[in-house]
Ligand binder design. Structure first.
Ligand SMILES: [Zn+2]
Ligand SMILES: [Zn+2]
Length: 279
């Protein structure tokens, strides 16, 4: 039986024949199999990020099991000590698989045959290149990817110049290379350091601004209530008019009914006794 790293490296080698970053392909594949495994056998304690929870909830058909998973994920977003920190189990598995293959790529960096395979492969994404070559490691890999990047830039210029139809594909390739948002907002902000003049008086200024905002909200609420009152007044007027017409119509119907009954009684009185049953 193959070890984890062997299966992952084999998948990576196969993905070298594809069009996208092989480490991104490995990450997708690892996440998918982890999610499928979790859906089949929900672990007793699990922590997942939002993206992976959505994917997980998407494949769990049974509503009660889906709800249990969502609740477990929410509960586990707080660690036992009340600290707002957790690590997604699936992200961790994805990172571990990528890390193993990145190490192997660095180990094989001196192999000419491996270099040839990399040259035939697609451009890796920026994030994965950075992960492999960080601090001047894997110089051959870095050189190959740099050349592929330069080729992509040249190709985009050519496509624009010759008005080639594949320009959009090249732009998509550039976007895939640059990758997803880097998640800068996940890092804790440098709190007070963000304000040039420090936080002196900041709380007071913020409280003042909040009070202003609250006043504005009151005006907005008042406007909304006033227009609602106007609309209700109009509807009330319409209803009063309809009510008045209803009362008139009702009175007319009653008057007509009285007339009819009177005429009928009169007719009844004039009819000979033999014919009375037919009236
Ligand atoms: Zn990648
Ligand atoms: Zn995750």
């Amino acid at each position: 039986m193959l070890a984890d790293w062997q299966r992952q490296f084999r998948f990576f080698l196969k993905a070298l024949g594809g069009a996208d970053c092989p480490l991104c392909a490995l990450a997708d594949n690892t996440a998918r199999s982890q999610i499928e495994e979790m859906a089949r056998r929900p672990p007793r304690r699990m922590a997942v990020c939002g993206a992976h929870l959505s994917a997980l909830a998407g494949i769990v058909a049974h509503a009660a099991s889906r709800t249990a998973l969502v609740k477990a994920a929410l509960n586990n977003s707080l660690d036992g000590t009340g600290v707002w920190a957790f690590e997604c189990d699936i992200c961790r598995a994805v990172e571990a698989a990528g890390g193993r293959v990145a190490s192997i790529i660095r180990l094989l960096d001196r192999s000419l045959r491996f270099e040839k395979a990399l040259e035939r492969g697609p451009l890796f994404c920026h994030r994965h290149i950075a992960r492999i070559v960080g601090h001047g490691r894997a110089p051959a890999f870095a050189r190959i990817e740099r050349r592929k990047l330069e080729e992509l830039i040249n190709e985009i210029s050519q496509a624009q110049l010759l008005r080639r139809a594949d320009l959009q594909d090249l732009i998509d390739k550039a976007a895939a290379y640059l990758g997803a948002p880097s998640g800068i907002d996940r890092k804790p902000p440098a709190e007070a350091g963000q304000f040039d003049n420090g936080t002196d008086g900041l709380a007071q200024a913020a409280a003042h601004q909040f009070a202003q905002w609250e006043e504005e909200q009151k005006t907005v609420r008042l406007d909304r209530l006033e227009s609602e009152v106007a609309s209700l007044r109009y509807r009330n007027a319409v209803l009063s008019e309809e009510n008045r017409r209803y009362k008139l119509a009702h009175a007319a119907v009653e008057a007509l009914r009285c007339d009819l009954e009177r005429d009928r009684a009169a007719l009844h009185a004039q009819t000979p006794p033999d014919n009375k049953e037919r009236v």
